[in-house]
Design a protein. Structure first.
Length: 195
């Protein structure tokens, strides 16, 4: 398995792979100054053969661009051994679930998502592709999060709220009503500051 993105986030993903007894063959990165991450080599050319990969980049748009650009990747998914995931949850390829995460029953998580450290996702939530749920986020039941949205560290979303695509939810925000596509929301209660 290879990781695309030689960064701090990549280090965390490497350790999740190791915790699942997977072999990390190295990282891909376009920065020629990067030659090693942890004990793994960094390669600067993507092979033309099919390889198994996880995109180890936190930026949602960059992950989507990589998926669209490179067709020779076979995507894995990684789930940290110290997470609690309901057996009735579906998780898409390319998604990473970090340590301490709880995902309850009948949740659907799309492809190439990040559910970060200690996040809580309650029953019947739907998380679209390329979403990043930051550390310590709490999503109550029946929340929908649209494609490419970033929910900032420690944000809270009450039950039944629908968050649109490509939104940014600020750190610590409390979301109590639906958010349209493309909005930036901050505060308690959350207020749209940019559309």
């Amino acid at each position: 398995m290879y990781l695309f993105g030689a960064s701090g986030h990549g280090k965390v993903i490497a350790e999740i792979a190791e915790s699942n007894n997977l072999v990390v063959d190295g990282f891909f990165d376009t920065d020629f100054n990067k030659t090693k991450v942890l004990e793994y080599p960094v390669f600067h050319e993507v092979p033309s053969r099919k390889v198994e990969i996880i995109i180890a980049i936190g930026n949602n748009k960059v992950r989507k661009d990589i998926v669209n650009e490179y067709v020779n990747f076979e995507y894995a998914k990684l789930i940290h051994a110290r997470s609690h995931i309901s057996k009735r949850t579906s998780i898409g390829l390319g998604t990473v679930i970090m340590a301490g995460v709880t995902v309850n029953v009948d949740v659907h998580i799309g492809e190439h998502c990040i559910i970060n450290t200690n996040a809580s996702v309650d029953h019947d939530c739907v998380i679209a592709d390329f979403v990043h749920i930051s550390p310590n986020v709490a999503l109550a039941g029946n929340v929908m999060v649209g494609e490419g949205t970033h929910v900032g560290i420690g944000a809270v979303v009450i039950q039944g709220v629908k968050i649109g695509a490509w939104c940014t939810i600020g750190a610590g925000a409390v979301i109590i009503k639906d958010i349209p596509d493309g909005c930036t929301v901050v505060g308690n209660p959350g207020k749209v500051i940019k559309k």
